[in-house]
Write a protein that binds this ligand. Sequence first.
Ligand code: BGC
Length: 716
Amino acid sequence: MFENAKWIIHPENKLYEPVRFIKKLDFTKKIKRVILNITALGVYYAEIDGVRVGDFILAPGFTSRKRVQYQSYDITELIKKDSTLSVSVAEGWYKGKINFGTDEGGPEKKKSLLAEIDVLYTDGTRERTATDGSWLCCRDFIRFAELYDGEIVDANYEDNPVNAIVYENHPAVSIVKQQGVYVKEQEILRPLRIFTAKNGDTLVDFGQNMTGYFEISVNARKGDKIALSVCEELDKHGNFYNDNYRDAKAHFEYICRDGLNIYKPRLAFWGFRYMKIEEFPCDITKNNIKAIVLHSDIKRTGYLESSSPLLNQLFSNIIWGQKGNFLDVPTDCPQRDERQGWTGDATVFSRTASYNFDVERFFIKWLTDLKLDQGKKGNIPNIIPQTICWDWSTDENSGAVWGDASTIIPYQMYLTYGNVDFLKNQFASMKKYVDYIGTYTKEKYLWAGCGQFGDWLGLDAPAGSYRGSSNEDFIASVFYAHSALLVVKAGKILGRRVDKYENLHKNILAKIRSTFKEYKTQTECALALYFNIAEDKKSVAKLLADMIRENGNKLKTGFVGTPYLLHALSQNGYAEVAYDLLLQEEFPSWLYSVKQGATTIWEHWDGKNEKGEFWSRNMNSFNHYAYGSVADWVYIEACGIHTVEDKPGFEEVLISPIPTDKLDSLSAKIETRHGTVSSKWYHFDGKVRYEITTPVPATIINEGMEYKVNKGVYIF
Ligand code: BGC
């Protein structure tokens, strides 16, 4: 494939000015089938005679810069006599600001196109046309495109095509078949309301914080202008606020042509709920605009429902947090100048993610990128795909929990989907990562003395710090032990020798126990319990429960403690404390944000205070999924749906719900590889009634009694 194709560029390549490549399709004989194989360094939008080719938005996707995926489209139906293929290409993934900061990959990196048209004629002969200097190119009518900043379009713009040139010093990149899940348009949201804010701005509210773009539709005169900006939240006066987007301009401009203008952006995306209409050819109505939700085309598999409307809104927010951030890679947030595959966020959310949606293929691709971008010494860049300007492959510092994406995610995907390839493919990378920690740490058998993110955004952070006050060496060492253990588990499944890692795990555990004798924070207690560090679990669990009770049933944990906090409590006899945290409505809590009107998960517990004031402009995303990981506690503990380690992929299941009087009912349902498993409990006639459906042999533990059952429906 692509044997004769050359990477081509515009002779005057300008940063953020999209280029349109043009090829007239002259077929000499009657065609039977035409396939377009195509990729770009950047993002591309291909069309034939004005009709979009395929439905992959922001193709060719976001991958390690060592590789680029190509897509194959059957374009037979689109071909007419004298058809023209035209492809708009912008910087996008490969070279845009997504590379974080000012370095966009250096001037030598140019947006470029590689394509091949493979024709099969009805007489059985074939012909291939590929990109070369005979293709034409011009400046696009999309005059500006950048993922963070948006698009500027002039519908009247026409440029004289010139010959494209072959990109001689093309950066080395391997071209691979599409491995990930396509990003597609998923839903349309109509404006909930269009209104005038206190300061006079015209605002559109779509009622839901989301990721995607919009379609405008308006009758206009040539030269009329549309300009709009987006935001997630309104300020305390009800006015537009997007300071938290930082340097991402998140803007859109469009110069109309005469007549009906219908347009949706092609080379950018936005994270937003509200829109400020800065200019529009008429008084905007609900017919002029709609929002289009984008995410990777992953199938919904998990459902949670309760008797509490606030809790149900939280469940919805978690789902929307995932939709908004599963855009080809697991991003931290979709709106500000980041939108990166931060590994720590993905680590803590991966279990929830794999219950909510079928993310098997999504993670196969991302973990392949993780492996490719892993440093020579075994360190894992904190962002995958790795950014160009922070070259973490040569930087020794990979943070605990962030780097543990390399062990935790493959093992979790194996557990959820039963696919042993996750372990086969990642085993070498998992080992390398654990080995790396051993060479990097300043103290043998601990991970100590290195820079860490700590309990990121923990509320017990010292003033001015993002890092909670939990001991960073303790956190890092706990994850070091855990990753060593996962190497052991994976190795045994694969039939490899793992004595070295078994010993390593034992030694790390012993060293942690002899070094960290006291647990001073909620996060330290939660990790000590969840990861089996604490020898006297009973007293540590009591300590943790007391800390929470003394704090008014409120948590103080950040990205690292929060995902394990409720598990640590309910696994050690304090399920009621866990429920108190889950159902807490005052700040800080999950339901506090719900009561503040959140429709996605906030980055900070204190993103917005009760007066409607924002925590800061600097790091204040309202669509950051990490704390949404609480959903896995609801699936696993509250509703009791557990995977069984030696029967992965829900080949067998353990169901042991933990009801509470604090809710009338709670239910969870997961569509597994073996069918749908569900567990519901509710209060009825003074008793708790359980309805359990299992598609596979199960162990059900109900009010202390254990039942071994075959597939079926069970009511207790
Ligand atoms: C991101 C986080 C990320 C963190 C690590 C932030 O800027 O948004 O989600 O994990 O940096 O430092």
